[in-house]
Design a protein around this ligand. Structure first.
Ligand SMILES: [Zn+2]
Length: 433
């Protein structure tokens, strides 16, 4: 359906107000308007409100099908992905995930093992329509020396298809070994990565956070935290991160993931934290599928009673940038997933109520993570931008989010890509016990 050469016109496409800056059109209650797009040499040369009276010769009429910009997935773990068959989570708990993954990493994560699983993940993400992806990289010694060179090679190999970013990942207690941590920060800086840690309520949390911020400032790095992935109301490291950002006068970008415990805390505590998060300019990413899987997992075979996600609506109301992302895929932290951001958005709509009204929630998988990742022109459709978009069958939110849209068309630089997903059997050789 999409021509393979030259320029072409797609008419009667449905674009969303939140993702089409500059489109002057009449948007319906769901935020959609009918539009015409002209593609020239891999770029969008014009977008205008659909005009039935002036249809260019040879135009392709899409009958009101939805077109979204390619997705931006700002929180993943493609170094862990797809180890499930050889290392399942024994009980579905967070601690079960941590222990299983740690054991697998020590035993199996050679450069070849990490590279093959990463490439598999990237091929899936690309086929589903993702254009940029940030992965955390387990950087507990000696894994950082194995995984960061693999990441750098992978980023080069995928340039032009997926813009790949890496953030180191280790528990905050690892920062106590300052000499080692400073060396890691230097290594991350050399790879143009992002400095990341997992915060826990350790007694010296403030001092350790100060050191993380000092290293980020020294090397000019952005920050990425996993915080409060628990139902424990005493977990308030999100607030501690905001406070540390303020008193360190940090000017880079900070993304904080999870923040599950916030949803369990008393209102006054929540308001104080959100004030600080807004003031410090933090962005938040919720990982709804992984949270649903791990949070409120009960050892007594009773039914989970909460959804695990954080307070995205309250954050958005305060102007805090909020995103949703894939997180883990087929590893002990989440047994499922395929880096399909449409699935993430569909699940987020149901779990987090991204509807009635939909408003600008579609930015949570596109424009907002693009800003957090400093990717100009990603996550929106505009004249002069790359012709990187996904063309769906659905013509409304209810049509789009009710089916998997496995037959979506992904257009990159104006051309429809081959959307063949990698075969799981490719990984069989890595899964032998
Ligand atoms: Zn994560």
């Amino acid at each position: 359906m999409i021509p393979t050469t030259g320029s072409y016109h797609l008419i009667n496409v449905r674009l969303h107000a939140s993702l089409s800056p500059g489109l002057a059109a009449t948007f319906n209650r769901d935020g959609f308007a009918l539009a015409d797009i002209t593609v020239d040499d891999g770029k969008i040369s014009s977008i205008a409100a659909h005009a039935a009276s002036r249809v260019p010769a040879g135009a392709i009429d899409l009958g009101g099908r939805i077109v979204l910009p390619c997705f931006v997935d700002c929180h993943t773990h493609i170094d862990k992905g797809h180890i499930w068959p050889r290392k399942p989570n024994p009980d579905g708990t967070f601690i079960g995930a941590l222990n299983a993954t740690g054991a697998d990493r020590v035993a199996r994560w050679s450069a070849d093992d990490v590279a093959r699983r990463m490439d598999f993940s990237l091929r899936s993400a690309y086929a589903h329509g993702t254009r940029a992806l940030r992965t955390h990289i387990d950087s507990v010694a000696p894994q950082e020396e194995i995984s960061w060179p693999v990441f750098e090679t992978m980023r080069e190999a995928w340039r032009g298809r997926i813009e790949l970013q890496g953030a180191c990942l280790l528990g905050i207690e690892g920062v106590r070994d300052k000499k080692w941590f400073d060396r890691l920060a230097k290594r991350v800086a050399a790879a143009k990565g992002v400095l990341g840690v997992v915060t826990y309520m350790v007694p010296d949390l403030e001092e350790l956070l100060d050191h993380v911020f000092a290293q980020a400032i020294k090397h000019g790095l952005d920050l990425d935290f996993h915080a409060d992935e628990t139902d424990d109301v005493a977990a308030i490291s999100l607030k501690k991160i905001a406070e540390a950002a303020l008193w360190n006068g940090f000017e880079g970008k900070i993304l904080v993931g999870h923040c599950c415990s916030l949803a369990r805390q008393p209102d006054l505590e929540v308001l104080d934290t959100l004030d600080k998060v807004a003031k410090a300019g933090l962005a938040i990413v919720s990982l709804p599928m992984c949270n649903l899987y791990l949070q409120d997992r009960r050892s007594d075979s009773t039914t989970p009673r909460w959804r695990g996600v954080t307070l995205l609506h309250e954050m958005r109301a305060r102007g805090i940038p909020v995103a949703v992302a894939s997180d883990n895929t087929r590893d002990p932290f989440y047994a499922y997933g395929d880096l399909d951001m449409l699935e993430v958005y569909r699940m987020a709509t149901r779990i987090l109520h991204f509807d009635h009204p939909v408003a600008d929630w579609p930015q949570a998988v596109t424009a907002t993570p693009a800003k957090v990742m400093r990717l100009d022109g990603f996550g929106a459709l505009a004249a002069g931008g790359a012709a990187d978009f996904v063309l769906f069958k659905g013509r409304s939110w209810t049509e789009l989010l009710s089916r998997p849209e496995s037959d979506r068309i992904v257009v990159r630089a104006g051309r429809a890509i081959d959307r063949q997903l990698p075969d799981y059997a490719e990984l069989d050789g890595l899964m032998v016990e």
